[in-house]
Ligand binder design. Structure first.
Ligand code: TPP
Length: 189
């Protein structure tokens, strides 16, 4: 069965309370979040490797908000060391969803090295609570269940999702980075 990251993002819509802040990876994932989920959110643009550090900073700065960080495998690998700091600080309002399509889909679907990762062992090694990964042939009810468990977790929690890669089809986000910064500054704690 084929399952793309954008389908997980669409499913996410049904478990959101509406009060969460989403931090999304640059490229395709930010575009999908912009197109399929409530606006505004913190759409990273340009800089790779930053969704986890930015999510961590947001979770510390806004302890009263749930921060959902959506990170592609390319972005995760580029900032892998930030999992150490994340585990050390351990904000209970930070939830990380890894959308692993084993590719840099945004720039032409070049293969990443994520295929060698065993997410449960990797995350256990970092001391980070995690949920059994979403797999391509998981039935939709199970996917929703895992998303719900993840979003309801009372502590730092990571949910990996192994998805298929598809080329970007969505148009870029029409917002200037300054507008996104303005939104970010005005989020109440
Ligand atoms: C430092 C840096 N290197 C390369 C790029 C170009 N770039 C933008 S998005 C992207 C791929 C991101 O991959 P991933 O996080 O797996 O998300 P996907 O594109 O698969 O949705 C790349 C290589 C960049 N923006 N910054």
């Amino acid at each position: 069965m084929t399952m793309y990251g954008f389908e997980i993002i669409q499913e996410l819509a049904s478990v959101l309370s509406g009060d969460e802040i989403i931090v999304s990876s640059n490229g395709n994932i930010s575009r999908q979040v912009y197109h399929f989920l409530p606006k505004p959110q913190i759409y990273l643009r340009g800089s790779m490797g930053l969704p986890v550090p930015v999510g961590l900073g947001m979770a510390m700065a806004r302890p009263g908000k749930q921060i959902l960080t959506l990170v592609g495998d390319g972005n995760l690998l580029m900032g892998l060391g930030s999992l150490t700091t994340t585990s050390f600080i351990r904000p209970s309002n930070l939830k990380i969803l890894i959308l692993d399509n084993n590719a840099y889909a945004t720039t032409g679907s070049q293969m990443t090295s994520s295929g060698i990762l065993e997410y449960p062992s990797l995350l256990d090694g970092f001391g980070i609570p995690n949920i059994v990964p979403i797999l391509q042939d998981d039935p939709i009810e199970l996917i929703k269940e895992k998303l719900q468990l993840w979003i309801d977790a009372s502590e730092l929690c990571v949910l990996p999702a192994l998805v298929d890669s598809n080329p970007p089809t969505l148009t870029n986000i029409p917002w200037h980075p300054e507008q996104i910064t303005e939104f970010q500054k005005n989020i109440s704690s």
